[in-house]
Design a protein around this ligand. Structure first.
Ligand code: ADP
Length: 470
């Protein structure tokens, strides 16, 4: 039998516990039962011996002695009577008690003092034990002898043996039932654990389709469900990663192909005019810039996704950050003839965030707004929307995003009409980085857009908890 360790551990401990309870219980039962019975007997013979001894005045009359012997027979007890010298003068015929013999000197001395003799009597080789109560017989003040009443402990011994047997037997039966029960229970418990162990090992070897087939609504079932969830998550992660690498290599290959192509044109002097040469050089320069940006963005995103981007959080004034960002991007906006209109509430509460990352978020959003807007204006709003939230709105009058694209806009490499973003030199990574950065600073980001009319990005940050300000 393949006893695995959990069965041994569980079964062993429960059985041990069981024995720890059973053995003292049997012992206590035995002690209580025998104690009760013993006390009863003791009281009975004490009472009888006292009454008999009080009823006797002398031990001379044989008939009276015989009468007491007969009387004790009615109560299922035995008696023997001794005279003042301690010699047995009458008895009901118990083995070892012989008329004419003397009782022990110390017993006689006790009786003479007017005290009772209590003892147990056992005459070998008989197995029968007796409880003995001896009382002195006095006539006025003179000591006449002693009356001993004996009661056999045979019945109690027998029933105690029976009780003991019963306790042991029920113990053995209970022990066997419990062992069987524990064994079945432990097997039932360990079987799913073994199955889960096998499944997790398979998953760790890369078989991510492996699932655990346990659906019980208890801790084991929940653990199995958690393992299955983990496998699903790993599968999704693996397929995401594959897709991610496929996209990266595609994204990297495109500018490199351009670079290679135009570099060859220049190397082999396959151009006709100086102007043409300049055009090719400027394409090479643009594509190099795009490649650098792509690599930087990828690095940034990878760090963010692996949660390795460390933020240096402090209390920041979002208004000041936006002011600075607008100054930075205004040249680009002017080049396109776009006006940036700002409407910033003067004193908004501070936000717990990373100054530089915060800047990065708004630069990205503003650069996008400038990039995808040909005419009109860009508006930046900042105000508190509740006592503990600030909202930044960046809206433009640009080309907008089609409704069906909006759910995917924050996914990496997602570009609306692939050619559109390429024309603008985008990488398709900006918004996914922005979203990560916003979330890492406990904020949320939403987009509303109408194709051909414009786009609005809303970023909401919780303001710093006043109690945390130090
Ligand atoms: P990219 O580097 O290509 O701009 P982003 O992740 O920043 O990548 O943006 C993803 C796509 O979302 C872009 O390709 C663009 O089509 C669209 N987009 C982003 N911002 C705007 C905007 N303000 N107006 C219109 N389209 C936008």
């Amino acid at each position: 039998m393949n006893l695995n360790r959990i069965v041994l551990k569980w079964g062993g401990s429960i059985l041990l516990l069981f024995l720890i309870v059973l053995i003292p219980t049997g012992f206590i039962l035995h002690t209580i039962y025998s104690g009760l019975y013993y006390n009863d007997k003791e009281e009975e013979i004490n009472d009888l011996s006292s009454r008999y001894a009080n009823a006797m005045k002398s031990v001379q009359d044989r008939d009276i002695l015989q009468m007491f012997v007969t009387l004790s027979g009615f109560t299922n007890n035995e008696v023997y009577i001794v005279d003042k010298d301690g010699m047995i003068v009458a008895d009901s015929g118990i083995a070892g008690i012989v008329a004419g013999e003397k009782i022990k000197a110390n017993e006689l001395a006790t009786l003479k003092k007017g005290e009772a003799v209590d003892k147990e009597y056992h005459f070998l080789p008989s197995t029968e034990r007796f409880l003995v109560s001896g009382k002195p017989i006095f006539n006025e003040d003179s000591f006449e002898g002693g009356m001993f009443v004996m009661s056999s402990l045979d019945a109690i011994d027998q029933s105690l043996t029976q009780v003991k047997l019963l306790v042991i037997l029920s113990g053995i039966v209970a022990f066997m039932i419990a062992s069987g029960f524990i064994f079945v229970l432990s097997r039932k418990l360990s079987a799913p654990l073994l199955e889960m162990e096998k499944a997790t090992r398979k998953i760790s070897r890369g078989h991510l389709q492996t699932r655990v087939n346990i659906s019980s609504d208890d801790e084991i079932g929940h653990l199995a469900a958690a393992i299955n969830d983990l496998a699903v998550e790993l599968e999704r992660y693996r397929s995401n990663r594959q897709e991610f690498f496929a996209t990266i290599s595609h994204e990297l290959r495109t500018p490199i192909t351009y670079l290679e192509g135009y570099a060859n044109v220049l190397k082999n002097e396959l151009y006709e005019t100086e102007e043409e040469k300049k055009k090719y050089l400027s394409i090479i320069s643009d594509e190099t810039k795009r490649l650098v940006r792509l690599i930087n963005d990828l690095f940034e995103l990878a760090k963010a996704e692996e949660e390795q981007l460390t933020l240096e959080k402090e209390l920041v004034d979002v208004r000041k950050i936006i002011d600075g960002v607008i100054v930075k991007v205004s040249l680009k906006a002017e080049e396109k003839g776009l006006n940036i209109e700002k409407n910033l509430t003067k004193h908004t509460q501070l936000v717990q965030g990373d100054q530089q990352r915060m800047e990065q978020i708004f630069i990205n959003l503003l650069e996008n707004a400038i990039q995808y807007t040909e005419s009109g204006k860009i508006k930046v709003d900042l105000h508190e929307i509740s006592s503990n939230q600030v909202k930044v709105t960046i809206s433009d009058t640009g080309m907008g995003i089609p409704d069906e694209e909006i759910p995917f806009i924050f996914e990496r490499f997602h570009r609306v009409e692939k050619s559109r973003s390429r024309d603008f030199g985008g990488t398709g990574l900006g918004l996914s980085i922005v979203k990560k950065l916003v979330e890492m600073q406990n904020g949320t980001i939403h987009v509303k857009s109408t194709l051909g009319k414009g786009t609005t990005f809303e970023v909401i940050f919780p303001t710093a908890d006043k109690t945390s300000l130090s």
